[in-house]
Design a binder for this molecule. Structure first.
Ligand code: FAD
Length: 471
């Protein structure tokens, strides 16, 4: 039953939904629940002293707010745009000032046009770039002639692309692009975890042709990314303000310790109080949720415990504009694994965002280090800076002299969707639904890490919580 079907029949004001986690997923769930004509009571709880979870910003280099993690969301999946509109931010959005980026593979190369997440959509896309060697180009050009079944039986993204397009397309194009979104190693990452590529592989045609026609269909124009002009955390704060206006209770600095079944409802235990709930949305990361569902379903808890996460470090730097190579006008670059020595990606913040303008016109860079299989967060700031400056010298060809610095460690922040992830999640959902109706898993650990996917998942969880009242 959809949330709309359910609402036609019922008044839920005597029900209570508790949401664990006030990241974008939990906030979207709360917002969706409160859109009902007769909504349930909603309480949202977070262990941290602020809402937003991974979405975080702070003053930097004289600017009021520079993102410490996500700096934008994809507009093609409309949920984030719609949520911005719902909380009155649609007129305060901006998009990147530049729309091209690079891959550094011993020198800087533009990401070839005519590729989709690194998958070539034509032979021209392969032959027009210096990023691939001649033998890599020849191998990639064979892709349309391979039997359709090649690469389609595996759920390893790396294996699928290697067997269809060759190692170079995977290592120099697809892995840097997908790897940077998930801080992952695509050889150990699920095809289904990257739905855009999964859809291409599911087409009854060559991968190249599927990518080509998908790109042709995408002629709608309009910017691909957007963000509130005051930073991504404006969105989480605005959603929080709205749900409070609509009656939600927000409890911060209060980790949920356990959830206990009690007849047809649940008791959610915090340190200082216990809350009775008719439904519980678990919008905390899988590794935290594992402990919370122990009393509900031991098997689900054990499986959630197995989920893996990668850690990254984001260093924001400013360097004098006079040091900046004029020809680098793009939004930043990615570094393929075979040539990585620490830095995985660099965002040229001041090229990307017109509003990140410091009084001294310095250039803001955001440097990412660490990924799945190559953790770096145990290094101290001094050592991290040394690695970052050494790699910047190698990649950009000059000794950057930072004038401001900010280090943010994102420990175990990127869920890793291993091959088989989608079926594992489906089975967890079913197990939990059977043992504990009304308890719902949501968030980046399960059905997509991007902000629009998290919003969709929060809204889906809200629908399932409501549906549990009427089933
Ligand atoms: C460095 C970085 C850059 C990124 N860049 C982008 C980007 O540009 N665009 C994009 O679309 N996505 C980006 N992402 C991904 C995206 O930001 C995240 O996937 C998304 O914000 C996760 O939201 P969430 O609500 O599912 O989880 P979280 O934000 O992790 O929220 C979960 C919340 O649960 C709380 N919690 C945990 N345990 C408990 C407990 N026991 N009791 C109470 N509360 C608890 C936590 O404190 C946290 O606030 C980026 C991620 C990172 C790490």
């Amino acid at each position: 039953m959809s949330i709309n079907d359910a609402t036609v029949a019922e008044n839920f004001s005597d029900r209570h939904v508790v949401i664990v986690g006030a990241g974008i997923t939990g906030l979207a769930a709360a917002h969706q629940l409160l859109q009902q004509p007769h909504p349930p009571r909603v309480t949202i709880i977070d262990a941290a002293d602020r809402v937003g979870g991974i979405i975080q910003a702070s003053p930097f280099a004289g600017l009021d707010s520079v993102d410490e993690s996500a700096d934008a969301f994809l507009t093609r999946t409309p949920s984030a745009m719609k949520l911005c509109a719902a909380v009155g931010l649609d007129h305060r959005l901006t998009s990147p000032a530049a729309n091209h980026a690079y891959i550094w593979n011993n020198s800087m190369h533009a990401i070839p046009s005519g590729t989709m997440l690194g998958v070539p959509g034509s032979r021209k896309a392969i032959w027009n770039t210096q990023l691939l060697t001649t033998s890599g180009k020849l191998r990639a050009s064979l892709e349309p002639f391979l039997p359709r079944a090649v690469g389609r039986s595996t759920d390893s993204l790396g294996a699928a692309i290697r067997s269809r397009c060759g190692n170079e397309v995977l290592e120099r194009l697809v892995d840097p692009l997908v790897g940077s979104i998930y801080a992952t190693d695509t050889d150990n990452f699920s095809v289904q975890g990257m739905p855009q590529v999964a859809e291409l592989l599911a087409q009854p045609t060559s991968l190249m042709r599927a990518a080509g026609s998908a790109m042709q269909k995408r002629t709608s124009g309009g910017p691909v990314f957007a963000t509130p002009i005051t930073g991504m955390s404006t969105l989480t704060r605005a959603v929080c303000d709205r749900i409070v206006e609509d009656g939600a209770r927000v409890i911060l600095s209060s980790p949920v310790r356990s959830i206990e079944p009690q007849g047809r409802s649940y008791v959610v235990h915090l340190e200082t109080e216990s809350l009775q709930a008719d439904a519980v949305i678990l919008a905390s990361p899988a590794r935290h949720t594992a402990a919370l569902v122990k009393q509900l379903n031991n098997e689900t808890s054990a499986q959630l415990q197995q989920f893996e996460h990668a850690s990254v470090i984001m260093i924001a730097l400013t360097i004098s504009r006079s040091q900046w190579p004029q020809h680098l006008t793009g939004t930043g670059y990615l570094v393929p694994k075979p040539v990585q020595t620490g830095v995985t990606a660099v965002s040229f913040g001041s090229n990307k965002w017109a509003h990140w303008k410091t009084a001294s016109e310095d250039m803001i860079l955001r440097v990412s280090l660490g990924r799945d299989g190559a953790p770096m967060h145990n290094l101290d700031d001094k050592s991290l800076l040394e690695v970052a400056l050494r790699d910047l010298r190698l990649h950009l060809g000059f000794d950057a002299t930072p004038t401001n610095m900010r280090f943010t460690r994102w420990i175990e922040s990127f869920p890793q969707y291993r091959p088989g992830h989608a079926s594992r999640v489906e089975s967890l959902d079913n197990q939990l639904n059977e043992s504990s109706p009304g308890v719902v898993l949501a968030g980046a650990s399960y059905r997509g890490i991007g902000i629009p996917a998290c919003i969709n998942d929060g809204q889906r969880a809200a629908s399932r919580a409501i549906a549990s009242f009427v089933s």
